[in-house]
Ligand binder design. Structure first.
Ligand SMILES: Cc1cc2nc3c(=O)[nH]c(=O)nc-3n(C[C@H](O)[C@H](O)[C@H](O)COP(=O)(O)OP(=O)(O)OC[C@H]3O[C@@H](n4cnc5c(N)ncnc54)[C@H](O)[C@@H]3O)c2cc1C
Length: 913
């Protein structure tokens, strides 16, 4: 039998789920450890800083929100520390380091520190899901040596703030263009901007970085001291194992006059190719020694492409060369097809130039606008994918130019009021001082000798009915473009325009690192030595790969249908009636049952149920549930109305239910319907006979099904609410309640058939539908007679009445809400071992199925549900079949034929859905 955990009295808390259905609480006592360590971490963080937010705080959502609103990277930190001073950063890091040291080493632990500065990281790495976000925005110290021009500034500045402060001393810095981008993220990623050709990449001007290391102590790194960390701070990006608190940099005389030109044209390819060639030594060389900047922008807001250029404090000779080069590029459009050339605002000062950049000041002439950009995130709630390929001399420039043209040739790109897209391609020059800097001087990737960076953004609105479809469309388009760009130019990427889906890197993490960093072995060495316990998040050891939308197959169509399902008003009505008979309870072999009556439960390990309830209240009172990542305060679950009646019902009935045929049922499945040990719920709705879910305050949400080829997993994200109308089951003595249970399920992408089979759990998920709802076995509903009486049907084969989470027992499930059986070739979902589940075979063909309901079809193993009438429910539940245990009641599955140990289910927050 399963081992009985030893639980201390106050923590013997059966979950609400267990209380309701009366599952053997011995199997599900939560261990003391997590609660205690969460308590300790919360207390430590509260001592560390005056400003700590947990998910239950009102301001949490606003504070955690980062620039990119892509749903798959929405951040859910377990706490946010807004550090008012460096000491607070140190204490917060020390708290996490202590908590990490106390937790058992787990490779999938998400407890990390992530620093946040401007919140503009393209992949929301500062978001720190499951970890502690340390916001450094309040670190605003600033000083400058008037003689040397060396400036020291706190790592919380945005570029707007720094540009403004430097301007008071007549100085400038080669940072980024947009005022709201954070200095820390851009410096560490070694970003670029208007002055890159003149003064190099941002990190080329770094003299010293002060940072808090993985143990919470303060250090400095420079070219003379702590040189490895200095090297890593120059382009290591999110791999930097510390929180930067202060930068010391070389600054430059601020340009007094910026001469500007810009011309839009519809002939994107011609303009882009000529501009590319003008950067190349082989072409009409755009003078690399000229103190200038030029770029080509292709964007939805433009009629085509825009050539834009600036000359900083240029003398007459330099201006002549500047104009000649500009005119030569424009002349490439034949006949010169230029629309209104000019520059609104004309030639201007450096600060005015910055204010004209998008997202910097709205074209205002008031330079204080720059100062006030405090890392404010987005003016527009856009989700986005970014990529930045470095293009070297010798690349296939005509193809690259055609790819740029491709953006405006797409019909979907046409500007309409409802168009959700906001895509743009930006071509930025390298060369000049950036190219003259020794590559090995920085962790920043090889590619300094490139001609330019092809930065591409696919952005879309996150609201509206088609958000999921837009995500998939954008992912696909982005990948296609990445492949095409890489084929034409080589696999080098600009770190700050991060692209995890660098297809030319062979989808390997090593390839990805090589595309971004100058010396990967050194990076690994330095990182591991500085932070062996992974207090800071890192991709170097844990491969990060893109979650791509499922392949373009029939499977995808089904996925799309499921993920786009919307709740509908109205719906089926269902029969109801309490099941009083338990016709099959005697069919279980003795010894494989557990009785649920009060006295047995009392001995079962977690104490008397009343004591447990009391203990639960106690625990609630002293535990900050907000520390549970993703916890959302829903209605109280242990109320008399919802909690005690079902429990009593089962206590009175004292019936028995099987728990195992083989003693080897998968233990995690015992925890709860969601598969989680201590599920927390989002919003809940009490249903009555008139309540359809569509009318309840709950809506189905699921992210597009993701296929992660690098990790070899398929990922489902859902809020656990069905995307179809349901009818309440009203004959229970309590009112059925349905809640959001937001989860992420990770299934093996390439499951293998094992020589033996694994018994299904009697309770908990055996698989998931395409829209991320649990499929549950037949033990419980057949045992109770619900299935036989079609009472588990209630619309679409599901039920919320136990455990608050909607789930399906009945085999008549489809990806769309018709309540009929799916077709034999219609994908319903995936089993916990990763194999797909399809609709039932035609009547009489069930002989082709093995004991698990599986067969080989189209070169792969798959399950098929069986029609209810094809199953003899009077046979005993357990069925020994030589290679393991299965069930005769194999409505959805009979057993697992693959490995379920690689599947994980984790809680995610319902926030944002
Ligand atoms: C609208 C927009 C415009 C942009 N323009 C440019 C541009 O002109 N040039 C350019 O090169 N890039 C540009 N970028 C890219 C940008 O530089 C990077 O995304 C950069 O990482 C953002 O830094 P942040 O501090 O704003 O972001 P954050 O999201 O706060 O941080 C980004 C990364 O840096 C880490 N980090 C932040 N602060 C610290 C710290 N104190 N210590 C250690 N790690 C820290 C975070 O943990 C995260 O990994 C732009 C991005 C956007 C969205």
């Amino acid at each position: 039998m399963l081992a009985r955990p030893s639980c201390a009295a106050t923590t013997l808390i059966p979950s609400e789920q267990q209380k309701i259905i009366g599952v053997d609480v011995r199997l599900t006592c939560p261990s003391n450890q997590p609660v205690a360590s969460q308590d300790r971490l919360a207390a430590c963080l509260r001592r560390a800083s005056r400003s700590v937010l947990f998910p239950s705080s009102d301001e949490y959502t606003a504070k955690k929100t980062l620039c990119n609103r892509r749903r798959d990277i929405e951040p859910f930190p377990r706490a946010i520390v807004s550090a008012g001073a460096v000491t607070e950063v140190r204490r917060a890091v020390a708290c996490v380091a202590a908590a990490k040291a106390a937790e058992p080493p787990r490779s999938d632990s998400r407890l990390h520190v992530c620093a946040r500065c401007g919140g503009h990281g393209f992949e929301n790495d500062a978001g720190c899901t499951g970890g502690v976000m340390v916001d450094v925005a309040a670190l605003q110290a600033f000083s400058i040596d008037a003689e040397t021009g060396i400036a020291k500034f706190g790592a919380g500045h945005t570029w707007g703030q720094i540009y403004y402060k430097l301007a008071q001393h007549g100085r400038a810095f080669p940072g980024g263009t947009e005022a709201s981008v954070g200095t820390a993220g851009l410096m560490l990623g070694c970003g670029r901007g208007l002055l890159t050709q003149v003064h190099g990449l941002a990190c080329d001007s770094l003299i010293e970085v002060e940072y808090v290391n993985a143990t919470g102590s303060l250090h400095r790194a420079s070219a003379l001291d702590n040189t490895d960390m200095f090297w890593l701070a120059k382009g290591g990006g999110s791999e930097f194992p510390g929180v930067a608190t202060r930068f010391t940099v070389r600054t430059y005389a601020m340009p007094r006059l910026v001469v500007k030109r810009r011309c839009p044209t519809r002939q994107v390819a011609a303009l882009a190719e000529r501009w590319m060639r003008s950067l190349d030594d082989g072409g009409d060389h755009w003078p690399a020694d000229l103190p200038s900047f030029s770029h080509v922008a292709v964007s939805r807001g433009l009629p085509g492409a825009m050539l834009e250029a600036m000359c900083f404090d240029c003398d007459a000779a330099q201006l002549r060369r500047f104009h000649t080069s500009f005119d030569a590029v424009v002349a490439a459009t034949k006949p010169p097809d230029v629309l209104a050339c000019g520059y609104p605002g004309g030639n201007s000062s450096w600060l005015q130039t910055l204010l004209q950049e998008p997202g910097s000041g709205g074209g205002s002439a008031d330079p204080r606008k720059l100062l006030l950009r405090k890392g404010a995130v987005p003016w527009k709630p856009l989700a986005g994918l970014n990529g930045g390929i470095m293009v070297r001399s010798g690349s296939d420039l005509p193809t690259l130019a055609r790819l740029a043209q491709g953006l405006i040739d797409e019909p979907r790109f046409r500007a309409t009021r409802d168009n959700p897209w906001n895509d743009m391609y930006l071509l930025y020059p390298m060369g000049g001082r950036a190219a003259r800097t020794e590559e090995t001087s920085a962790a920043y990737g090889s590619g300094r000798d490139s001609l330019f960076v092809f930065h591409y953004k696919h952005q879309w609105k996150t609201v509206g009915p088609d958000a999921s479809a837009e995500h998939c469309t954008a992912v696909r388009r982005h990948q296609q473009l990445t492949s095409a760009l890489a084929a034409a130019s080589g696999c080098k990427s600009f770190y700050n325009y991060i692209n995890y889906d660098l297809t030319c890197a062979g989808n390997s993490s090593d390839g990805w690192f090589q595309a971004h960093f100058s010396d990967v072995p050194r990076l690994r060495r330095v990182r591991s030595a500085a932070d062996p316990g992974y207090v800071f998040h890192s991709y170097v050891t844990r491969a990060r790969s893109p979650c791509v939308c499922a392949a373009r197959t029939a499977e995808e169509k089904a996925v799309k249908a499921a993920t786009l399902t919307r709740p509908r008003k109205g719906g089926a009505t269902g029969a109801a009636g309490r099941a009083k008979a338990y016709p099959h309870r005697e069919s279980m072999p003795r010894g494989h049952r557990v009785a649920f009556n009060a006295s047995e439960r009392g001995r079962a390990g977690c104490g008397h149920p009343r004591k447990s309830l009391k203990a639960l209240k106690l625990l609630r009172a002293r535990t900050d549930l907000s520390l549970v990542p993703g916890f959302v305060r829903g209605p109280p679950m242990a109320t008399a109305t919802h909690g005690s009646q079902p429990m009593q019902r089962h206590r009175q009935s004292g019936f028995a239910m099987p728990i195992s045929c083989s003693d080897a049922a998968v233990t995690w499945n015992w925890a709860s319907l969601s598969g989680l040990k201590n599920p927390s719920y989002g919003r809940c709705a009490v249903l009555d006979s008139a309540t359809h879910i569509a009318a309840a305050p709950l809506e189905h949400h699921s992210a597009p099904v993701c296929v992660d080829h690098l990790r070899g997993v398929r990922e489902l994200n859902s809020n656990g609410v069905p995307g179809h109308s349901v009818v309440a089951f009203t004959t229970h003595t309590y009112r059925p309640t349905m809640c959001e249970g937001c989860i992420k399920v990770t299934l093996p992408l390439h499951p293998q058939i094992l020589p033996h089979t694994t018994e299904l759990p009697h309770f908990g998920p055996i698989g998931y539908t395409l829209s991320g709802l649990p499929l549950v076995g037949s033990a419980w509903p057949v045992w109770n007679g619900f299935i036989q009486k079609q009472q588990a049907w209630r619309g679409h084969g599901g039920s919320p009445e136990t455990g608050y989470l909607w789930h399906y027992h009945h085999p008549a499930i489809k990806s769309d809400p018709t309540g009929e059986y799916a077709r034999p070739d219609e994908l319903i979902g995936w089993a916990m071992d990763g194999f797909p589940i399809y609709g039932p075979l035609p009547a009489g063909d069930d002989g082709a199925l093995d004991a698990c309901n599986g067969r080989i079809a189209n070169g792969g193993y798959r399950y098929h549900v069986r029609r209810l009438e094809a199953i003899n429910l009077s046979l005993p539940y357990c069925r020994s079949h030589g290679s393991g245990w299965a069930t005769h009641w194999s409505l959805i599955l009979g057993c697992f034929h693959g490995d379920v140990s690689r599947t994980t289910i984790s809680q995610r927050s319902c926030l944002g859905w």
